[in-house]
Design a protein around this ligand. Sequence first.
Ligand SMILES: [Ca+2]
Ligand SMILES: [Ca+2]
Length: 326
Amino acid sequence: MKPRWAIGLTLATCVVAASNAYGFEEIRLSTTTDSSRGELAVSGSVVVWTDSRGLCGYDFRTGQEFVTSSRSCGTLSVSGNTVVWSENGDIYGYDLATHTEFPISTSAAGQVHPAISGNVVVWVDGRSDPGDIYGYDLSTHTAFPICTHAGHQNHPRISGRIIVWQDDRNNKMDIYGYDLASQSEFPICTRPGNQQFPGVSGDFVVWNEQNVDVYGYDLAAQTEFAICTDPAGQSGLNIGDNVVVWRDDRGNGDIYGYDLSKRITFPICLNAAEQTAPAASANIAAWADSRNGSRDIYGAVIPEPATLALLALGGLAVMRRRKRNT
Ligand SMILES: [Ca+2]
Ligand SMILES: [Ca+2]
């Protein structure tokens, strides 16, 4: 069941005349003119990013931006109240509720690209070879190896007990996974070509195919499916709950989404400026946006899946009109 704020915001989005032509009310989340850096991340109602002030965020429940005391930098990940990031080859965390920063892994080798789900943090670790996957349980304060196979394992993501990453052990990029419950590794996609930058949410694994398309795999049904194969490039994909988002080059650097429950694609932001680095949860999409000159953070409330189906039709009509006019 969705939290009450989400229902209220969804209704508001339906009632208020949407500020873009395909149903999403775009909101500027960052108030500084300093350019943001790296990626952004979403968990529930909260969007976090890093800019010159340090770790910043916006909570859709309060409609307020917040600036923390943390100096966090670069690529970050958030789950509940915990934000994690890599800094000078170490992994740190920040608790948004207690406003405290804490180290997670500071071993001599380099640790980069952290991701978090619940109490488990995973990252790329260089202590044995160019890239292995390690994890840390915040509740038991224990670190553990996840994949130390020869070859380069990179870009780990985690959802619950499932960890996924890209792996070049077969001399090309494949997607592998690990189940924390059974402590077993398994291949997800090892076919020819490069599969990279995976994401995972529940039973769904998604990845970038050959640097241009988006594919998914249902771990429960053990079936693969195409999410977006438009001839233009798709990149920077991210997944949160049932929503996949990516940057799409079919227009002018836009943000698109895909609802895994309804299996529908919908445009989120087609603004003429460049949009990049999207992230999402069930209710929220956020991205970096250059419409004001600086790299600002924008976001939008994602309507219920049933409403999305109608909006997708409207959005497709907008795209067709745009195509006719060019
Ligand atoms: Ca390795
Ligand atoms: Ca654009």
